[in-house]
Design a protein around this ligand. Structure first.
Ligand code: 4AD
Ligand code: MG
Length: 480
C-alpha cells in the first residue's frame, strides 16, 4: 500500500512523543538545508521537517525545492525552535515529484490576488486560497446538512433547458449546429433548430427554480444546488457568467415563512463555518485587516471579519418593504447631497447595488430583507399582492455584497399567472408543464435562490467574486 499517511492537520493536533509517522505534501520552503516547511492542503499550518546534517546525500537535498512533492517518514519530537510545538525528524525522504524552482511561478512571498488569478491552477497552494476553498467546501457541506436535517429532497435540475426561467434573456445557447454560417435555415433566413441536436433551440439554465417547483409540489420541500449560467455582460466584483446557486422550494409556505427559512439557513451555514473552520477564518480576518490598511479610513469596514459574522449570527435581519426602503433612500442625506451615482427617481425604480449597500451598510448596519417589490421589476412567477401593483418578492441584502438572496412566494393561481405571463410575453405553450402544477392540485408555495459565491465572499471577506470560485468564468475570460 502506498498511501499510509497522516494529514498534517491531524498530526499537528497530536502531542509530540517520539511517534513514527509518514506525511506527504508540497514544499513551501527549505531553509539552511535543514528545515522543510511541508504543506498538504489540510491546513495552512506546515509541519516543520528537520533534516539532520550529513544524514541525506546532496543529490537528494538539491531536489527539495519550492513546491516539490515529498513523502517523508520520521519521528515526531518537541520542537526546539519557536512558533511550532513539534518537529518531524526525517528518517526517510522520497521525492515524489520534482519542481524546477526557476520555473515555478509562485515565489515564497506575497503575491497580489490579481497575479494569482492568472495562475489560478496553482493558487490553491497559497494560504489565502487554501483557506478560501476549505471554507467554500465547509459551506457547501453545511448547506446539504441543513436541508437534510429538515427533510428536504435534494433535486438535480437540468443544466440544458429550453426555457428562460427568469425571463431575462441572458442565456448561453447550446447547439451542435455549425457556427460558420452553414447551419440549416428556415425560409425566412433564421436558423432551423429542428435540425439541431434536441430538435429545438436550447440554452444553459439560468435557474433551476421552475423544475424545482415541480418537485416541491410533490415532495413538499426540495432544494437544488448546482451551476447556473448568465450571459450578462457585467464586469463587476459580484457577477460571474457561471455561478452556483442553492434554490430551496417549499409547498405550503408564504412569503414570511420563506424569509424565516432564508434567515435561519444563512445563519446556520455561517455558524457551521465558525465552528468548523475557525483557523481559516482567523487567517482570512487577518488578511482582510491587512488589505484594508491600504484603504482610506472611511472605506474600511467597521468590524473585523469574525466580529461581523458574530454580529450577523446574533441579530435579526431588518425586514422592510420596498416602499419603505424608497422613502428612506429619498430622505437620506446621501441623496440630498446628490451622492448616489444613480438618482433616486422614486417608487417603481429598480434599486442599484449602491442603494442596496447604503441601506445595509450606512442606514441599518445589518443584513436587510426587502419585500413586496413593484411587479414591473420582478419575474413573471411572483405572487401578485392585493394592492395590484406589488408582488410577494424578497431580496436579502448583505453588508459589503448587496443582494445575496432573491426569492418570492409564487403565483399559484392559474388565471393570474397566465395573465401575467401574457403581459410579459412569456410563451405559455412552451411552459405547459410548469402550468400543469397550477392545474392539478396547486398550493401556496415559495422559494428563494442563494448565490453561493456571494455567500462565500461574505464569509471569507474576499472582495472579488473571482477569488472564491476555482476557475472563474467572466466576460472575456474562460482560462483553465
Ligand atoms: O435573483 P436571482 O436572479 O433569482 C433567481 O434566479 C430565482 N430563480 C431564485 C429563486 O427564487 N429560486 O438570483 C438569485 C441569486 C442572487 O440573489 C445572487 O446572489 C445570485 O443568485 N446571482 C449571481 N451570482 C453571481 N453572478 C451572477 N451573475 C449572479 N446572478 C445572480
Ligand atoms: Mg435578484
Amino acid at each position: 500500500m502506498f498511501n499510509k499517511r497522516i494529514k498534517i492537520k491531524e498530526l499537528l493536533a497530536q502531542e509530540p512523543a517520539g511517534q513514527e509517522v509518514t506525511v506527504m505534501g508540497w514544499v513551501r520552503t527549505f531553509r539552511n538545508n535543514q528545515f522543510i516547511a511541508l504543506n498538504d492542503g489540510s491546513t495552512n499550518n506546515n509541519i516543520q521537517v528537520v533534516v539532520e546534517l550529513g544524514k541525506f546525500n546532496d543529490e537528494l537535498l538539491k531536489r527539495i525545492t519550492t513546491s516539490a512533492s515529498l513523502k517523508i517518514t520520521g519521528t515526531v519530537v518537541p520542537s526546539l525552535g519557536q512558533g511550532q510545538k513539534m518537529d518531524l525528524k526525517a528518517v526517510t525522504i522520497e521525492v515524489l515529484g520534482d519542481s524546477d524552482a526557476e520555473k515555478y511561478p509562485l515565489q515564497p512571498k506575497k503575491h497580489s490576488l490579481e497575479f494569482l488569478r492568472e495562475k489560478a491552477h496553482l493558487r490553491f497552494r497559497t494560504n489565502t486560497f487554501g483557506s478560501v476553498f476549505r471554507v467554500r467546501h465547509a459551506l457547501a457541506f453545511a448547506i446539504h446538512k441543513f436541508f437534510n436535517e429538515k427533510g428536504f429532497v435534494y433535486m438535480h435540475t437540468p443544466i440544458i433547458t429550453a426555457s428562460d426561467a427568469e425571463g431575462a434573456g441572458e442565456m448561453f445557447r447550446v447547439t451542435t449546429l455549425p457556427v460558420d454560417g452553414t447551419a440549416p435555415k428556415n425560409e425566412d433566413g433564421s436558423v432551423n433548430f429542428k435540425e439541431d441536436f434536441f430538435g429545438r433551440s436550447t440554452n444553459l439554465t439560468v435557474s433551476g427554480q421552475l423544475e424545482g417547483e415541480l418537485g416541491a409540489t410533490a415532495f413538499g420541500d426540495i432544494y437544488t444546488f448546482g451551476p447556473t449560467f448568465r450571459a450578462e455582460n457585467s464586469n463587476t466584483t459580484r457577477h460571474l457568467a457561471e455561478f452556483w446557486m442553492i434554490e430551496p422550494e417549499m409547498a405550503f409556505y408564504d412569503l414570511e415563512d420563506n424569509m424565516n427559512l432564508a434567515e435561519e439557513f444563512i445563519k446556520y451555514i455561517i455558524r457551521y463555518a465558525m465552528d468548523n473552520n475557525r483557523e481559516d477564518l482567523e487567517f482570512l480576518a487577518q488578511r482582510l485587516a491587512e488589505e484594508e490598511k491600504q484603504l482610506p479610513q472611511d472605506k474600511r469596514s467597521e468590524m473585523g471579519l469574525i466580529e461581523k459574522l458574530e454580529f450577523v449570527l446574533n441579530n435579526n435581519f431588518e425586514r422592510l418593504t420596498y416602499t419603505d426602503a424608497i422613502d428612506i433612500l429619498k430622505e437620506s442625506n446621501h441623496n440630498k447631497k446628490k451622492k448616489f451615482q444613480y438618482e433616486i427617481t422614486g417608487w417603481g425604480m429598480d434599486l442599484q447595488s449602491e442603494h442596496e449597500r447604503y441601506l445595509v451598510e450606512k442606514h441599518f448596519k445589518k443584513p436587510v430583507i426587502l419585500y413586496n417589490y413593484p411587479a414591473a421589476i420582478k419575474a413573471f412567477y411572483m405572487r401578485q399582492n392585493e394592492d395590484g401593483k406589488t408582488v410577494a418578492a424578497m431580496d436579502i441584502l448583505a453588508p459589503g455584497i448587496g443582494e445575496i438572496v432573491g426569492g418570492s412566494q409564487r403565483e399559484e393561481r392559474q388565471d393570474k399567472l397566465e395573465t401575467r405571463m401574457k403581459e410579459m410575453h412569456i410563451p405559455l405553450e412552451e411552459l405547459w408543464w410548469y402550468l400543469d402544477t397550477r392545474r392539478f392540485g396547486t398550493v401556496p408555495h415559495a422559494g428563494f435562490g442563494l448565490g453561493f459565491e456571494r455567500m462565500v465572499q461574505f464569509v471569507t471577506g474576499m472582495t472579488n467574486i473571482r477569488d472564491v470560485i476555482a476557475f472563474p468564468r467572466t466576460p472575456g475570460s474562460a482560462e483553465f
